[in-house]
Design a protein around this ligand. Sequence first.
Ligand code: BDR
Ligand code: CA
Length: 314
Amino acid sequence: PVPLVIDTDTAQDDCVALLAGLLDPAADLRAITMVAGNVGFERQVRNAWLTLNAAGRLGSVPVHLGSRQPIVRPWESAENVHGDGAGGLEMDVTGLAPESEHAVDALVRMAAERPGELSIVAIGPLTNIAAAQLKDPGFASNVKALYVMGGSNNGRGNITAAAEFNFYVDPEAAKAVFAAGFEVVVVPWDPLTLRQAVFGERRLAEIDAMGTPLSDFFTRVCAATLEFDRSVGIDGTTHPDSLTAAVLLHPELVTRSARYHVDVETAGELTRGYSAMSWGVHGLAANATVVEEIDAEGFYRYLRDLLATPTTPN
Ligand code: BDR
Ligand code: CA
Protein backbone atom coordinates (compact mmCIF):
# COMPACT_ATOMS: atom_id res chain seq x y z
CA PRO A 1 0.00 0.00 0.00
CA VAL A 2 1.02 3.61 -0.71
CA PRO A 3 2.02 5.55 2.44
CA LEU A 4 0.23 8.90 2.30
CA VAL A 5 -1.07 11.90 4.17
CA ILE A 6 -4.21 13.75 3.09
CA ASP A 7 -4.07 17.51 3.63
CA THR A 8 -7.67 18.68 3.53
CA ASP A 9 -10.25 21.46 4.07
CA THR A 10 -12.84 18.77 4.69
CA ALA A 11 -16.19 19.36 2.98
CA GLN A 12 -18.10 17.43 0.32
CA ASP A 13 -15.60 15.74 -2.01
CA ASP A 14 -12.79 16.06 0.53
CA CYS A 15 -14.89 13.57 2.56
CA VAL A 16 -14.97 11.20 -0.41
CA ALA A 17 -11.19 11.54 -0.85
CA LEU A 18 -10.79 10.64 2.84
CA LEU A 19 -12.94 7.54 2.27
CA ALA A 20 -10.50 6.53 -0.49
CA GLY A 21 -7.56 6.98 1.88
CA LEU A 22 -9.35 5.09 4.66
CA LEU A 23 -10.89 2.19 2.75
CA ASP A 24 -8.92 1.53 -0.43
CA PRO A 25 -6.56 -1.41 0.25
CA ALA A 26 -4.02 0.35 -1.99
CA ALA A 27 -3.74 3.15 0.61
CA ASP A 28 -1.81 3.32 3.85
CA LEU A 29 -3.20 6.57 5.28
CA ARG A 30 -0.73 7.76 7.92
CA ALA A 31 -2.41 11.02 8.92
CA ILE A 32 -5.03 13.62 8.08
CA THR A 33 -3.83 17.22 8.23
CA MET A 34 -6.31 20.08 8.29
CA VAL A 35 -5.98 23.44 6.53
CA ALA A 36 -8.30 26.46 6.34
CA GLY A 37 -10.43 26.46 3.20
CA ASN A 38 -13.95 25.43 2.33
CA VAL A 39 -15.94 25.99 5.54
CA GLY A 40 -15.24 27.11 9.12
CA PHE A 41 -12.19 25.36 10.56
CA GLU A 42 -14.00 23.64 13.45
CA ARG A 43 -16.70 22.52 11.04
CA GLN A 44 -14.06 21.02 8.75
CA VAL A 45 -12.62 19.07 11.69
CA ARG A 46 -16.08 17.81 12.53
CA ASN A 47 -16.53 16.75 8.90
CA ALA A 48 -13.29 14.78 9.13
CA TRP A 49 -14.53 13.03 12.31
CA LEU A 50 -17.85 12.31 10.59
CA THR A 51 -16.02 10.71 7.70
CA LEU A 52 -13.75 8.64 9.93
CA ASN A 53 -16.88 7.50 11.75
CA ALA A 54 -18.70 6.61 8.52
CA ALA A 55 -15.68 4.52 7.49
CA GLY A 56 -15.61 2.81 10.91
CA ARG A 57 -12.08 4.12 11.42
CA LEU A 58 -12.39 6.62 14.30
CA GLY A 59 -9.24 6.57 16.37
CA SER A 60 -7.17 4.68 13.81
CA VAL A 61 -5.71 7.64 11.90
CA PRO A 62 -4.22 10.71 13.59
CA VAL A 63 -5.83 14.07 12.81
CA HIS A 64 -3.51 17.10 13.02
CA LEU A 65 -4.80 20.66 13.01
CA GLY A 66 -2.88 23.06 10.80
CA SER A 67 -3.05 26.57 9.38
CA ARG A 68 -6.25 28.41 10.23
CA GLN A 69 -5.65 31.11 7.64
CA PRO A 70 -3.63 31.64 4.48
CA ILE A 71 -0.01 32.80 4.77
CA VAL A 72 -0.65 36.51 4.16
CA ARG A 73 -4.33 37.00 3.33
CA PRO A 74 -7.55 36.70 5.28
CA TRP A 75 -9.34 33.37 4.92
CA GLU A 76 -12.25 33.22 2.45
CA SER A 77 -14.68 30.31 2.48
CA ALA A 78 -16.73 28.40 -0.07
CA GLU A 79 -19.75 28.01 2.22
CA ASN A 80 -21.96 29.31 -0.60
CA VAL A 81 -20.98 26.15 -2.52
CA HIS A 82 -20.73 23.53 0.22
CA GLY A 83 -23.06 24.69 3.03
CA ASP A 84 -21.65 23.02 6.14
CA GLY A 85 -19.81 20.54 3.90
CA ALA A 86 -21.56 17.45 5.24
CA GLY A 87 -25.22 17.86 4.36
CA GLY A 88 -26.26 18.68 7.92
CA LEU A 89 -24.88 15.43 9.34
CA GLU A 90 -23.99 15.75 13.01
CA MET A 91 -22.28 13.59 15.58
CA ASP A 92 -21.25 13.88 19.18
CA VAL A 93 -17.55 14.73 19.07
CA THR A 94 -17.09 14.82 22.83
CA GLY A 95 -13.98 12.88 23.70
CA LEU A 96 -12.51 13.04 20.20
CA ALA A 97 -9.21 14.85 20.30
CA PRO A 98 -6.89 15.80 17.49
CA GLU A 99 -3.16 15.24 17.96
CA SER A 100 -1.32 17.92 19.93
CA GLU A 101 1.34 18.15 17.20
CA HIS A 102 0.64 20.90 14.62
CA ALA A 103 -0.06 19.65 11.07
CA VAL A 104 3.00 21.45 9.68
CA ASP A 105 5.29 19.79 12.24
CA ALA A 106 3.69 16.42 11.56
CA LEU A 107 4.21 16.77 7.81
CA VAL A 108 7.87 17.74 8.26
CA ARG A 109 8.46 14.90 10.75
CA MET A 110 6.75 12.18 8.74
CA ALA A 111 8.54 13.10 5.52
CA ALA A 112 11.92 13.23 7.29
CA GLU A 113 11.39 9.90 9.07
CA ARG A 114 11.30 8.03 5.75
CA PRO A 115 12.79 10.20 3.01
CA GLY A 116 11.40 9.39 -0.43
CA GLU A 117 8.50 7.24 0.81
CA LEU A 118 5.65 9.52 1.80
CA SER A 119 3.19 10.94 -0.74
CA ILE A 120 0.89 13.84 0.06
CA VAL A 121 -2.56 14.39 -1.39
CA ALA A 122 -3.18 18.14 -0.99
CA ILE A 123 -6.85 18.89 -1.60
CA GLY A 124 -7.22 22.29 0.04
CA PRO A 125 -5.29 25.55 -0.12
CA LEU A 126 -1.53 24.84 -0.03
CA THR A 127 -0.83 26.76 3.20
CA ASN A 128 0.38 23.78 5.28
CA ILE A 129 2.59 22.49 2.47
CA ALA A 130 4.25 25.87 1.90
CA ALA A 131 4.73 26.32 5.65
CA ALA A 132 6.31 22.87 5.97
CA GLN A 133 8.77 23.78 3.21
CA LEU A 134 9.60 27.06 4.99
CA LYS A 135 10.18 25.17 8.20
CA ASP A 136 12.37 22.48 6.63
CA PRO A 137 14.07 23.28 3.31
CA GLY A 138 14.62 19.53 2.90
CA PHE A 139 10.87 18.83 3.01
CA ALA A 140 10.29 18.84 -0.77
CA SER A 141 13.05 16.31 -1.37
CA ASN A 142 11.92 14.13 1.54
CA VAL A 143 8.41 13.85 0.06
CA LYS A 144 8.06 11.21 -2.63
CA ALA A 145 5.34 13.02 -4.56
CA LEU A 146 2.84 15.79 -3.96
CA TYR A 147 -0.58 15.34 -5.58
CA VAL A 148 -2.26 18.74 -5.80
CA MET A 149 -5.90 19.47 -6.55
CA GLY A 150 -5.85 22.99 -7.85
CA GLY A 151 -5.62 25.46 -10.66
CA SER A 152 -7.05 25.36 -14.08
CA ASN A 153 -5.18 24.32 -17.21
CA ASN A 154 -5.57 27.61 -19.04
CA GLY A 155 -9.32 27.22 -18.68
CA ARG A 156 -12.08 28.47 -16.39
CA GLY A 157 -11.81 29.28 -12.74
CA ASN A 158 -14.55 28.34 -10.28
CA ILE A 159 -14.22 31.18 -7.77
CA THR A 160 -13.32 33.93 -10.23
CA ALA A 161 -13.11 33.84 -14.01
CA ALA A 162 -9.37 33.27 -13.66
CA ALA A 163 -8.90 31.19 -10.54
CA GLU A 164 -9.74 27.86 -8.99
CA PHE A 165 -10.64 28.01 -5.24
CA ASN A 166 -7.63 26.28 -3.64
CA PHE A 167 -5.09 28.47 -5.46
CA TYR A 168 -7.24 31.61 -5.06
CA VAL A 169 -7.50 31.29 -1.28
CA ASP A 170 -3.73 31.10 -0.73
CA PRO A 171 -1.96 32.09 -3.94
CA GLU A 172 1.33 32.89 -2.15
CA ALA A 173 1.43 29.36 -0.77
CA ALA A 174 0.62 27.82 -4.14
CA LYS A 175 3.32 29.89 -5.85
CA ALA A 176 5.90 28.88 -3.24
CA VAL A 177 5.01 25.20 -3.58
CA PHE A 178 5.58 25.16 -7.36
CA ALA A 179 8.96 26.84 -6.85
CA ALA A 180 10.09 24.42 -4.14
CA GLY A 181 11.19 21.43 -6.19
CA PHE A 182 8.50 18.89 -5.20
CA GLU A 183 7.69 16.05 -7.53
CA VAL A 184 4.21 17.45 -8.28
CA VAL A 185 1.20 15.94 -9.99
CA VAL A 186 -1.65 18.41 -10.58
CA VAL A 187 -5.32 17.55 -10.93
CA PRO A 188 -6.78 20.80 -12.31
CA TRP A 189 -10.35 22.05 -12.16
CA ASP A 190 -10.80 22.82 -15.85
CA PRO A 191 -10.89 20.91 -18.09
CA LEU A 192 -10.26 17.77 -16.06
CA THR A 193 -12.68 17.92 -13.13
CA LEU A 194 -15.24 20.15 -14.73
CA ARG A 195 -15.63 18.03 -17.82
CA GLN A 196 -14.62 14.49 -16.82
CA ALA A 197 -15.06 13.87 -13.08
CA VAL A 198 -18.71 14.93 -13.07
CA PHE A 199 -21.49 12.60 -11.97
CA GLY A 200 -24.78 13.42 -13.68
CA GLU A 201 -28.32 12.37 -12.85
CA ARG A 202 -27.99 8.73 -13.96
CA ARG A 203 -24.84 8.03 -11.97
CA LEU A 204 -26.10 9.85 -8.89
CA ALA A 205 -29.33 7.84 -9.03
CA GLU A 206 -27.33 4.62 -9.35
CA ILE A 207 -25.26 5.55 -6.31
CA ASP A 208 -28.35 6.50 -4.35
CA ALA A 209 -29.97 3.16 -5.23
CA MET A 210 -26.99 1.23 -3.85
CA GLY A 211 -28.48 1.79 -0.39
CA THR A 212 -25.24 1.14 1.51
CA PRO A 213 -24.30 3.25 4.55
CA LEU A 214 -21.50 4.84 2.51
CA SER A 215 -23.67 5.55 -0.54
CA ASP A 216 -26.14 7.28 1.79
CA PHE A 217 -23.24 9.23 3.29
CA PHE A 218 -22.07 10.21 -0.21
CA THR A 219 -25.52 11.38 -1.30
CA ARG A 220 -25.88 13.40 1.86
CA VAL A 221 -22.48 15.14 1.79
CA CYS A 222 -22.73 15.92 -1.92
CA ALA A 223 -26.25 17.40 -1.82
CA ALA A 224 -25.39 21.08 -1.30
CA THR A 225 -22.67 21.07 -3.93
CA LEU A 226 -24.99 19.34 -6.39
CA GLU A 227 -27.52 22.11 -5.92
CA PHE A 228 -24.84 24.77 -6.40
CA ASP A 229 -23.30 23.04 -9.43
CA ARG A 230 -26.69 22.75 -11.09
CA SER A 231 -27.41 26.42 -10.39
CA VAL A 232 -24.31 27.40 -12.38
CA GLY A 233 -25.03 25.01 -15.25
CA ILE A 234 -22.82 22.03 -14.33
CA ASP A 235 -24.67 18.80 -14.99
CA GLY A 236 -23.99 16.92 -11.76
CA THR A 237 -21.57 16.75 -8.82
CA THR A 238 -17.87 17.47 -9.26
CA HIS A 239 -15.19 15.26 -7.71
CA PRO A 240 -11.81 16.97 -7.84
CA ASP A 241 -10.51 15.78 -4.47
CA SER A 242 -11.43 12.10 -4.65
CA LEU A 243 -10.04 12.09 -8.19
CA THR A 244 -6.72 13.40 -6.86
CA ALA A 245 -6.54 10.56 -4.32
CA ALA A 246 -7.55 8.04 -7.00
CA VAL A 247 -4.83 9.29 -9.37
CA LEU A 248 -2.20 8.55 -6.71
CA LEU A 249 -3.64 5.17 -5.71
CA HIS A 250 -4.54 4.00 -9.24
CA PRO A 251 -2.33 5.76 -11.78
CA GLU A 252 -3.84 3.61 -14.53
CA LEU A 253 -6.91 5.87 -14.34
CA VAL A 254 -4.80 8.59 -16.00
CA THR A 255 -5.02 8.24 -19.76
CA ARG A 256 -3.09 11.40 -20.65
CA SER A 257 -0.77 13.73 -18.77
CA ALA A 258 1.99 16.14 -19.74
CA ARG A 259 4.85 18.06 -18.16
CA TYR A 260 4.28 21.79 -17.62
CA HIS A 261 5.89 24.74 -15.92
CA VAL A 262 3.25 25.85 -13.41
CA ASP A 263 3.29 29.22 -11.66
CA VAL A 264 0.58 31.05 -9.73
CA GLU A 265 -0.45 34.72 -9.99
CA THR A 266 -0.27 36.68 -6.75
CA ALA A 267 -0.34 40.29 -7.95
CA GLY A 268 -2.99 40.58 -10.67
CA GLU A 269 -6.08 42.69 -10.23
CA LEU A 270 -8.44 40.19 -11.87
CA THR A 271 -6.20 37.15 -11.83
CA ARG A 272 -5.31 36.41 -8.18
CA GLY A 273 -4.64 32.67 -7.96
CA TYR A 274 -4.55 32.11 -11.72
CA SER A 275 -2.39 29.12 -12.58
CA ALA A 276 -0.17 29.76 -15.57
CA MET A 277 0.53 26.34 -17.08
CA SER A 278 3.22 26.71 -19.73
CA TRP A 279 4.25 23.94 -22.05
CA GLY A 280 7.64 23.64 -23.76
CA VAL A 281 7.06 26.39 -26.28
CA HIS A 282 7.61 29.10 -23.64
CA GLY A 283 11.10 27.83 -22.80
CA LEU A 284 10.43 27.35 -19.07
CA ALA A 285 11.65 24.18 -17.37
CA ALA A 286 8.83 21.81 -16.39
CA ASN A 287 8.12 21.58 -12.64
CA ALA A 288 4.92 19.52 -12.62
CA THR A 289 2.98 16.76 -14.32
CA VAL A 290 -0.54 17.91 -15.13
CA VAL A 291 -3.28 15.31 -15.59
CA GLU A 292 -5.13 16.04 -18.83
CA GLU A 293 -7.45 13.09 -19.31
CA ILE A 294 -8.78 10.25 -17.18
CA ASP A 295 -10.69 7.04 -17.64
CA ALA A 296 -13.90 8.71 -16.42
CA GLU A 297 -15.95 5.52 -16.37
CA GLY A 298 -13.15 3.76 -14.48
CA PHE A 299 -13.10 6.56 -11.91
CA TYR A 300 -16.87 6.28 -11.44
CA ARG A 301 -16.61 2.50 -10.99
CA TYR A 302 -13.78 3.04 -8.52
CA LEU A 303 -15.91 5.32 -6.33
CA ARG A 304 -18.89 2.97 -6.58
CA ASP A 305 -16.75 0.07 -5.39
CA LEU A 306 -15.51 2.21 -2.54
CA LEU A 307 -19.08 3.09 -1.52
CA ALA A 308 -19.99 -0.60 -1.59
CA THR A 309 -17.41 -1.36 1.13
CA PRO A 310 -19.20 -2.83 4.16
CA THR A 311 -18.54 -0.61 7.17
CA THR A 312 -19.56 -0.44 10.78
CA PRO A 313 -19.67 3.15 11.97
CA ASN A 314 -17.92 3.49 15.35
C1 BDR B 1 -11.59 22.66 -4.71
O1 BDR B 1 -12.09 23.67 -3.87
C2 BDR B 1 -12.96 23.12 -2.91
O2 BDR B 1 -14.18 23.75 -2.95
C3 BDR B 1 -13.04 21.65 -3.18
O3 BDR B 1 -12.97 20.98 -1.95
C4 BDR B 1 -11.84 21.36 -4.04
O4 BDR B 1 -10.71 21.00 -3.28
C5 BDR B 1 -12.19 22.80 -6.08
O5 BDR B 1 -11.89 24.04 -6.59
CA1 CA C 1 -10.92 20.48 -0.92
